[in-house]
Design a protein. Structure first.
Lengths: 702, 127
């Protein structure tokens, strides 16, 4: 292989290892700033810069090599003096590493490094002149050359990330294989029953088919084993340690604190905990935000801390830990805490809650308000603001990976944010159960306990039902009411799921419990997530789509219901027309998941629903059956929603059927096209609310 | 008869460069990223030459040379130190550790190849 080819082949490797080396050097420098006498760290640091220099030269990143060489000289000079660094030295070194990172990531063409190497050699000379213990600050700080201040965490050129994308699609394919396999298992069972139908006279045929059935079943079980092994191995490959995400914080905290005029150290534990790579990526931004919040709003200035009798230096603890299939990441600071009174005040001012609501809100619930959309105050423009996201997004991100976030704060003592989520997200274990004749799922990690309660065990306190879990009274909420489904009656013992949320619990009454399953989560579109409390959906062996409930949204809804804030379920307010005849709705939507969610909403409101996956199929169904109303998506294969609307509205037999168009297309132009085609109503997916759909239907057909 | 060279370096990049340079000259190259790996490979390898980096996390390359040459029945296997520390220092380390030759990394892979060629030619394996 020629040299150029080798370089090309090694380029991605080089990006990867150089980033790791720079990251390690960053933490070594920061640790040496605190404990300069740590000989092991010095040795490691010297080795990393030396190797990076060599590798850069081999890869012909000439400018990186030159900068690395100057930096190595500077570090050698520091080493001679016992590695006692002035703050200016630390700054120069850190900025130099940023520049190297920039040069490696973006190429060094046209970048002038002379001023940087000049600064480095000037600093180096300065150090050489110093005595071993002379670390007093010089008046004139050397200028620092920096091209890019932000440390590189996940970069576009990161080879692992590209592979992770492929891993994602691999996981998805495997998930689909598992489902298909489940489907064939199902058919094998059906085949066995069908064999029983053979006539007695064809005993030999029956025997033959039975034998084939036996072999088929064996092969199928074999395949199941292989798929399971594949699944385990794949999940393992997808696991990475939190150190990738945690490591840059040493540096970031230092920078952010000095920008905010505060003194803060960060203590990181549990960085070897493993999690699915996508989870690590998802948690990165929320962590930056939480830590930034702690520094800017939590930790006090040194002056304030001294007055409060605290150590001058603030402390942030960042930790990760795993328990069962659940991971907990905590960010805790010893700052001034969050004042519930202030939160109430801001929330009222912003119209998030009313004065009356604020009055009855517990302090802990008040603090939780910061997760509400629109609460976070406008970010101050700091270097890190570009990455800034609101607290509402922290909760949203957690929900996206099937987790939740909790906050505890004590005024004057500090704030602790606890995020919990499953450690792998491709396959999760759920508990299946039935409510209102529909099947739902909840992640098993959220289910504390499952029991059947007789009327005797259920008590009433102040007119509200509670059950006792280890001597604690727990609110009992019928899930059908919160999901707004019709409760189908059942006497005798009622199955109750005890769901834990932080320290709090709610007992959920369901109709029946089906059992535990390992399922592959399929994402559902955001607009449906906003309208409902689902974290995803899954497809069962028999092809049924089951929605997975989000434990913490469910908790909030349950609390609201229990305290009487949530309106009673919708079917009670539907005029009693359905008793005469159930209204029939044709639902046309090409996305399987969206279709199932919408169907759930419609059936929950008491309608009879037929489904079509595109316009053509819809027309075929219309030929055979009559409907009271049609709900259709716009973009679909074969025949889109607009064309479908046009055809229906120009056909004598169908033109009076009201049509509701539900779509993501949001411009006035699109709306006009929809209306021109003859649609009776137009609902945007972005503003989709369950009630809006139901209200519109009722407006059109009741 | 195939000629085998073992290369020990903690940088994957450097290993691949050395591999390319040596494979071009017809050698079979075994690469080791850690001293542990090297320790496992060396006794049964029948290597014609060993190329070692100096600056490594577990042990310095000259120490590896000094210890392994004496203790693994490979006294006659030529060791070449391959590093980018200063030439003078590298020369000194080669002398004190009993290495047979040294090559500065900045001289390039071709130079490494030439030196390995020469050494393998002059020191036919006895074992």
């Amino acid at each position: 292989m020629e040299l150029d080819q080798i370089k090309k082949k090694l380029l991605e490797k080089f990006y990867e290892v150089s980033r790791e080396r720079l990251q390690k050097m960053n933490s070594y420098i920061l640790s040496l700033e605190k404990t300069p006498e740590d000989a092991h760290t010095i040795k490691e640091l010297m080795r990393e810069i030396h190797t990076l220099k060599g590798e850069s030269r081999m890869m012909e990143f000439a400018k990186v090599g030159t900068v690395a060489h100057s930096l190595e000289d500077l570090l050698k000079a520091l080493n001679e003096k016992g590695f006692k660094m002035r703050k200016t030295s630390v700054d120069v070194i850190l900025k130099t590493m940023d520049t190297m990172s920039y040069l490696i990531t973006n190429g060094d063409e046209g970048v002038d490094i002379d001023s940087l190497t000049g600064t480095l050699s000037k600093e180096c000379e300065g150090i050489k002149k110093r005595g071993a213990n002379d670390i007093e600050e010089v008046k004139e700080a050397p200028s620092t050359a920096s091209l890019e201040g932000k440390p590189v965490m996940f970069d576009k050129k990161d080879v692992v990330r590209v592979k992770a994308d492929k891993l994602d699609s691999l996981s998805a394919s495997l998930g689909d294989s598992l489902i298909s396999h489940g489907g064939s298992e199902h058919l094998i069972e059906e085949l066995r029953d069908a064999i029983g139908l053979f006539d007695v006279s064809s005993a030999s045929a029956r025997e033959k088919v039975s034998a084939i059935w036996g072999r088929l079943r064996e092969k199928s079980l074999e395949m199941e084993r292989h798929l399971k092994i594949l699944d385990e191995q794949l999940s393992e490959i997808r696991l990475f340690s939190f150190s990738i995400v945690f490591a840059p914080f040493q540096r970031m905290v230092r920078d952010m604190a000095s920008e905010a005029g505060k003194e803060v150290t960060i203590i990181i534990t549990g960085e070897n905990t493993l999690a699915d790579r996508r989870i690590l990526q998802e948690i990165q931004d929320p962590l930056i935000h939480l830590i930034k919040n702690s520094i800017e709003h939590g930790v006090e200035t040194p002056e304030e801390r001294r007055k409060a009798g605290k150590s001058v230096q603030g402390r942030i603890m960042l930790s990760a830990s795993q328990k069962g299939d659940k991971i907990t990441v905590e960010v805790e600071d010893d700052g001034k805490g969050i004042d519930p009174a202030k939160i109430r005040e801001v929330a009222i001012k912003k119209g998030i809650i009313t004065q009356e609501e604020a009055d009855v809100l517990s302090d802990q619930d008040a603090v939780r308000l910061i997760f509400r959309y629109g609460f976070t105050t406008k970010e101050k423009a700091t270097e890190f603001a570009g990455r800034g996201i609101g607290m509402d997004v922290v909760e949203e991100r957690m929900r996206g990976i099937g987790g939740n976030v909790e906050i505890n704060s004590t005024v004057g003592k500090g704030t602790r944010v606890i995020m919990s989520f499953p450690y792998t997200i491709s396959v999760i274990s759920v508990l299946l159960f039935q409510v209102g004749k529909q099947t739902f799922a909840l992640p098993t990690y959220a289910v504390e306990e499952m029991r059947k309660s007789s009327a005797r065990e259920i008590q009433k306190i102040e007119g509200k039902e509670v059950i006792f879990v280890r001597e604690t009274s727990v609110p009992l909420v019928p899930m059908a009411n919160v999901l707004r489904l019709n409760k189908s009656g059942n006497g005798g013992k009622r199955p109750v799921l005890i769901i834990k949320h932080g320290e709090d619990m709610i007992g959920w009454e369901v109709e029946s419990v089906i059992g535990e399953r390992e399922v592959v989560i399929k994402p559902i579109e955001d607009y449906l997530k906003a309208a409902e409390m689902y974290t995803g959906a899954t497809i069962l062996e028999d092809g049924r789509v089951v929605l997975i409930l989000h434990p913490s949204s469910l908790y909030t809804a349950g609390r609201e219901f229990f305290s009487g804030k949530r309106p009673v379920h919708v079917s009670e307010s539907i005029p009693p027309l359905e008793r005469k005849r159930k209204r029939k709705i044709l639902l046309v939507e090409d996305s399987l998941i969206s279709r199932e969610v919408e169907r759930g909403i419609l059936e929950g409101a008491g309608y009879d629903v037929d489904e079509a996956s595109d316009g053509l199929e819809a027309l075929k169904i219309l030929e055979k059956k009559s409907f009271d109303l049609i709900v259709t998506d716009i973009s679909m294969p074969n025949l889109d929603g607009l064309e479908l609307t046009k055809r229906i509205k120009t056909t004598q037999a169908w033109k009076n059927i009201p049509i509701i168009v539900v779509t993501t297309l949001g411009s006035e132009e699109d709306k006009k096209r929809g209306m021109d085609a003859g649609a009776d109503a137009y609902i945007l997916k972005s503003g989709f609310k369950k009630d809006e759909l139901i209200d519109t239907i009722r407006r059109l057909i009741h | 008869m195939e000629k085998k060279v073992i290369v020990l370096d903690d940088s994957e990049i450097a290993l691949e460069f050395a591999r390319a340079a040596l494979e071009k000259r017809g050698y079979t190259v075994i690469t080791c990223l850690t001293v542990l790996e090297f320790e496992r490979v060396i006794p049964r390898s029948n290597a014609n030459a060993v190329v070692i980096d100096i600056n490594m996390p577990e042990m310095y390359g000259d120490d590896v040379c000094f210890i392994f040459k004496d203790n693994f029945g490979i006294k006659d296997t030529p060791f070449i130190l391959f590093s980018d520390i200063d030439e003078e220092e590298l020369k000194e380390k080669a002398k004190t550790s009993g290495a047979d030759a040294y090559v500065c990394k900045k001289w390039g892979g071709d130079k490494l190849g030439q030196v390995v060629d020469e050494i393998v030619k002059n020191k036919p394996k006895t074992a």
